[in-house]
Design a protein around this ligand. Structure first.
Ligand SMILES: Nc1ncnc2c1ncn2[C@@H]1O[C@H](COP(=O)(O)OP(=O)(O)O)[C@@H](O)[C@H]1O
Ligand SMILES: [Mg+2]
Length: 254
């Protein structure tokens, strides 16, 4: 951990994940500090997306354990993991294209934690409070004016914002973001992540896969570097940036 008094919210304990003969994650152990922004970095194929898929329950580890607040997640189905407050976005945006912007936010909420009102079943059966809440979230992500547009009418940047709005609307305690800045320029990426960090400042923990070193530095408190499914090193963004091993395996290839 970064400091002795920092609480660990999520822990990988000797986790491996094989796909056939390929070890995508190899005896990986690390802790994620609560209430911080942790960046997961590493070259293409290092196992970053697989790690997030293991946390959210898309995949199950071949061996090892993943613990969230001390509870093992590896036997839980994905929706049970989501119910515990873990929310995610995808490397390739997965919105519902035939639905409107506000519907996408409300549907995300329906799958979310806390067993909140389940009134969203059809377009007409929407509790006013849920709709108001969704509109409020859209406002936070600069999408209020597009609430009734189809998602396919949004620009790529707006679709990224919407995916984050949807994840955020689930009131996550732990937010997993797979390359949220992809397709955005540096200024857009920084604005977006600043917004998220601000909106999450009341106790939300973020684990973020980030390709861009400058964004990583601007936004994270703690960094885990993966290479070939293994932990290369952990540290602060400054420590990572200046580390020779990291420069060799990661920066050297960029
Ligand atoms: N579903 C899968 N089936 C087979 N191989 C996979 C699967 N998912 C990921 N991999 C492989 O696991 C390795 C790690 O992939 P990934 O986690 O996507 O890396 P990263 O996100 O760091 O670029 C790669 O070699 C990739 O081809
Ligand atoms: Mg990936």
């Amino acid at each position: 951990m970064t400091t002795a008094q920092q609480e660990t919210i999520l822990e990988f304990v000797n986790v491996s994940k094989s796909f056939g003969g390929l070890r995508a994650i190899d005896s990986l152990s690390f802790g994620i500090p609560k209430g911080q922004v942790t960046a997961l970095i590493g070259p293409n194929g290092a196992g970053k997306t697989t790690a997030i898929n293991l946390i959210s329950g898309v995949y199950k580890p071949t061996s090892g354990d993943i613990r969230y607040k001390g509870e093992s997640l590896i036997k839980l189905p994905a929706h049970e993991i989501a119910r515990r407050g873990i929310s995610r976005t995808f490397q390739i945006t997965k919105l519902f294209p035939g639905m409107t912007v506000v519907e996408n936010v409300m549907l995300g909420r329906d799958f979310g934690m806390k067993g909140r009102s389940k009134t969203f079943t059809t377009g007409e059966k929407v509790a006013a409070t849920e709709l108001e809440y969704a509109m409020e979230v859209l406002g936070m992500f600069n999408l209020k004016d597009h609430a009734n547009n189809l998602t396919s009418e949004l620009s790529l940047g707006q679709q990224r914002w919407l995916e984050l709005a949807r994840a955020f609307a689930m009131e996550p305690e732990f937010l997993l973001l797979d390359e949220p800045s992809s397709g955005l320029n540096l200024a857009e990426a920084e604005a977006l992540l600043d917004k998220l960090r601000g909106t999450c400042s009341l106790g939300c923990t973020i684990l973020l896969i980030e390709h861009n070193m400058r964004v990583m530095q601007a936004i994270s408190n703690y960094v885990i570097v993966l290479n070939h499914g293994q932990k290369l090193m952990t540290g602060t963004p400054d420590e990572i940036k200046n580390d020779k091993k990291v420069i060799e395996v990661y920066l050297g290839k960029e």
